[in-house]
Design a protein around this ligand. Sequence first.
Ligand SMILES: Cc1cc2nc3c(=O)[nH]c(=O)nc-3n(C[C@H](O)[C@H](O)[C@H](O)COP(=O)(O)OP(=O)(O)OC[C@H]3O[C@@H](n4cnc5c(N)ncnc54)[C@H](O)[C@@H]3O)c2cc1C
Length: 400
Amino acid sequence: MKSYDVIVIGGGVIGTSTAYQLAKKGYDVAILEQNDIASGTASRTDGATLISDKQPGIDVLQGYHSVELYKKIAKEFSYDIEFKSCGFMYVCETDAEMAAAEDYAAKVRAQGFEMRVIDSKEMCEREKYLAKDLKGGLWTESDGLVNPYKVCFGFIEQGKKYGLDVYTHHEVTGIKLDARNQIEGVITDRGNFITNKVVNACGVWAPFIGRMVGINIPIEPRKGMLLVSEKTDIIANTEVIEFGYWLAKFFVDFKRPVSELVEKHNVCMNIETTHSGNTIVGGCRLFRGYDIRSEHEIIQAIAERAIRFFPVLRDINCIRTFGGIRPFCLDQLPIVSAVEEVPGFYIAAGHEGDGIALAPITGLLMSQLIAGEKTDFDIAELSWARFKGIDLAKLSARAS
Ligand SMILES: Cc1cc2nc3c(=O)[nH]c(=O)nc-3n(C[C@H](O)[C@H](O)[C@H](O)COP(=O)(O)OP(=O)(O)OC[C@H]3O[C@@H](n4cnc5c(N)ncnc54)[C@H](O)[C@@H]3O)c2cc1C
């Protein structure tokens, strides 16, 4: 039976980043993935690496550290992750959104990060296809884009240089514990492994791994959908998002002057043009269980909203659509933590719509936790202990 210092379960962007960082620290580490690398949510996403779609506080702090790490990784890795430091723009349709955006930007600046209020004229100079009747927006210089698939494969290729072992098509079906509840090994459908440290990096499937060690992890799948255009000239130079998107992410009851269809499916515009010249537009936030099918009404609503902000899209063909599920944690912060009641069990999951952006810092923080080092910044707010005294069985019931 193979034996490892640490086994990472899940070959998505969080698991590959964590495995890479651990291998780099000299650990004998393996990654176990039930399908292929980047076959879960990491392959059903766009690639915004943003500080600016986070909540002020630890969320913004994680975003900042992660974007800084992306800049380093993009230079160090032999594998091209298509990192582009292109800036980021929020656009506001109404005065109410503009007021909320200004308030948000002031909070981000108070934390020491740059975020500038810009007028409609500057917005249209930066994005020539943007609708001309918007109120204004926010601009952040440091944010960027990556190719999420390539990020996962970049971590794997770089990790292998430090001895990382990769087992794809190995579904974890159980975890062995000793009499003191300490991790002893991992059971898969293709054989067992010995280890006394396991990282659960299974995104929306993290609750199922949690149950294998007797804990309820409060993560639920939150659906999104994206439309991909044919290749064209660059439609959007940067990632552009309507500010209503941020409001909808954190304030479920925020109302916008939108059509019934857009309202019904909680659709907000985000757009990016990829390295290969296809434009991706989204998106929505819905609780639909584990269903990732494309839904016709949502496609219509996303197209309607995208054309509202980028009228040129009316004349551009959509070549495919897809859905994905974000790992939504009940208090809207990821869990990056040891689990005290199960010695040797760690969780790195629950990044909702930010897993691509936060992968580098999550992997680094997790490797520091496992090594018993001081983390780059205080991450008590990301700990498993924050759920003590909360009825998690009730909260995670929807994940079953
Ligand atoms: C439409 C959409 C748009 C998004 N846009 C962005 C964006 O622009 N920027 C951003 O930062 N984030 C974005 N996100 C969010 C981001 O994609 C996720 O946060 C991220 O992919 C989660 O990564 P993960 O590694 O935790 O999960 P996953 O990528 O799902 O990886 C988990 C892995 O665990 C494996 N697994 C599960 N169970 C087992 C088992 N029993 N045994 C072995 N393996 C197992 C799965 O097969 C899977 O590969 C978006 C998400 C969606 C849906």
